[in-house]
Ligand binder design. Structure first.
Ligand SMILES: Cc1cc2nc3c(=O)[nH]c(=O)nc-3n(C[C@H](O)[C@H](O)[C@H](O)COP(=O)(O)OP(=O)(O)OC[C@H]3O[C@@H](n4cnc5c(N)ncnc54)[C@H](O)[C@@H]3O)c2cc1C
Length: 429
């Protein structure tokens, strides 16, 4: 029997170690040294490197990368199980060398980079000696890549890039920017003359590329290949976000249940009020649906490819946004006034839910993708008026199919006629 929902004991041991490591080491670090991975303080950096060494020794570094691309090659299903643990702790993905936007950029480099490009950029990114950002969206419209205008023109042994990008996450602090142009994907060191970072927004940067010159070997993948590279990057990224979102939904459910058992109102603990129970039950069901969907999609990617699992990835993308929105809202609500403060993770979780429905493609676009790909598997009905499942037509076809049997066995026809009469009488009366 091939369908199996259990985890190999050996891998479970890894998951248990990760869980304990995150709880005992990473979470406390987060409260004392926020954003420690990016800290310029050599003492903090040294401390982080020490923890990361333990992760590397366990073979858990850069877990998102396939073996042939330089990672441990767990595949997406095991990665999902790991991300379900890591995703509960905001700084854990970076501690494990598996944080966006670097992960997607590394995937592109690993898949499309020349040996020389991998040495120059992939290796230091993998070691977190440098950090990167992804510059795709433009201010005039993000959902439709056909509206993008940023373009590179070849001039001797250089490319000259002109354009404007918007919402390049962590662009301000990146060492290199992956810039999607209409005619290719380019790697641009942030300090290249002509890269202008606007003051707002602070974290997801508006960047002007004005006559930015890079050598020819800064083109990644083929000329005109930007959309293919972007698809590769974003397809993987979306499912990774969903894996971590499971962890956030589980955290909200855990918090909701603990609180429901701890507060009293109108003579009983609130867990005994049916409307609270409904919130818990709905949240559990939605979490379970999301988890099964993500694990199934991960399994499908492992057994086919990201490309073949596009419908599932798109469906997961908008489902995770909805699950996070609904579950975090219910948890926040059950926490009452405390839920509205920033003294628990719930407020930030709920505030972050709309982002999940926008970043990496808005819900509507993913829904349209799912519908389009599904509809491609169907044909219009054959009859001008009646659908295939039109009952009178099906009944007529069934009678025709039975005709040879009726001829061979007249008493079968008599029984059928009696049935017909009986049901016709029931329908009319
Ligand atoms: C937190 C965060 C981080 C991000 N990081 C990056 C990054 O690092 N690099 C990067 O390049 N980009 C990044 N983005 C940008 C993201 O990819 C875009 O926001 C997204 O593609 C949508 O583009 P837009 O914001 O221009 O919205 P628009 O394209 O203007 O869409 C706005 C709304 O219009 C409607 N709409 C649009 N298209 C359709 C359609 N086809 N059918 C029906 N309705 C539609 C939807 O309601 C949609 O929400 C990030 C975004 C967020 C929120």
């Amino acid at each position: 029997m091939a369908w199996d929902f259990s985890t190999e004991p050996e891998f479970q041991k890894k998951l248990d170690w990760v869980e304990e490591f995150c709880r005992e080491e990473i979470e406390p670090l987060e409260y004392v040294f926020p954003y420690a991975v990016r800290s310029p303080d050599p003492v903090v950096k040294g401390y982080v490197r020490g923890l990361q060494q333990q992760i590397k020794e366990r073979g858990l570094w850069a877990i998102f990368l396939d073996k042939k691309l330089g990672g441990p090659g767990f595949g997406q299903l095991k990665l999902a199980l790991l991300n379900e643990v890591i995703g509960r702790y905001p700084s854990a993905p970076a501690m494990f060398g598996a944080a966006a936007p670097d992960t997607g950029n590394m995937e592109m480099l690993a898949a499309y980079g020349t040996e020389e490009q991998k040495q120059r950029w992939l290796k230091p990114l993998l070691n977190q000696d440098i950090f990167s950002a992804y510059s795709m969206t433009e201010p005039q419209g993000g959902s439709d890549p056909n509206l993008f205008k940023t373009h590179a023109v070849r001039d001797g042994d250089e490319w000259v890039i002109n354009g404007e990008k918007w919402f390049t996450s962590a662009g301000r602090v990146a060492d290199i920017l992956f810039v999607m142009c209409t005619n290719g994907m380019f790697v641009v060191p942030r300090k290249t003359p002509g890269v202008e970072i606007m003051p707002e927004p602070r974290n997801h940067n508006h960047i002007i590329y004005r006559d930015v010159r890079v050598p020819l070997d800064h083109l990644l993948g083929p000329e005109d290949g930007a959309k293919v590279l972007a698809q590769r990057r974003l397809g993987g990224g979306r499912i990774h976000h969903a894996m971590r979102t499971i962890a956030q939904c589980k955290l909200a459910l855990d918090m909701m249940c603990e609180r429901a058992l701890s507060r009293e109102s109108h003579g009983k603990v609130i867990a005994e009020h049916q409307m609270v129970q409904e919130k818990i039950a709905d949240s559990y069901a939605e979490l379970l649906q999301l988890r099964l969907m993500v694990l199934y999609t991960a399994w499908k990617i492992d057994n086919t490819s990201t490309q073949e699992a596009r419908t599932e990835i798109a469906a997961v993308k908008f489902t995770m946004a909805k699950a996070l929105r609904e579950i975090s809202f219910r948890a926040l609500h059950i926490f009452g006034s405390l839920g509205t403060t920033d003294l628990t993770p719930l407020q930030a979780m709920y505030a972050g839910a709309p982002t999940m429905g926008i970043a990496d493609g808005v819900d509507e676009v993913h829904k349209a993708t799912v519908a389009r790909r599904l509809l491609a598997q169907y044909r219009p009905q054959q009859h001008p008026y009646w659908p295939t499942e039109y009952i009178p037509a099906k009944r007529e076809a069934a009678w025709k199919k039975f005709e040879p049997k009726f001829q061979a066995q007249p008493e079968l026809r008599a029984s059928a006629e009696a049935y017909k009469k009986y049901f016709a009488a029931r329908r009319s009366g």
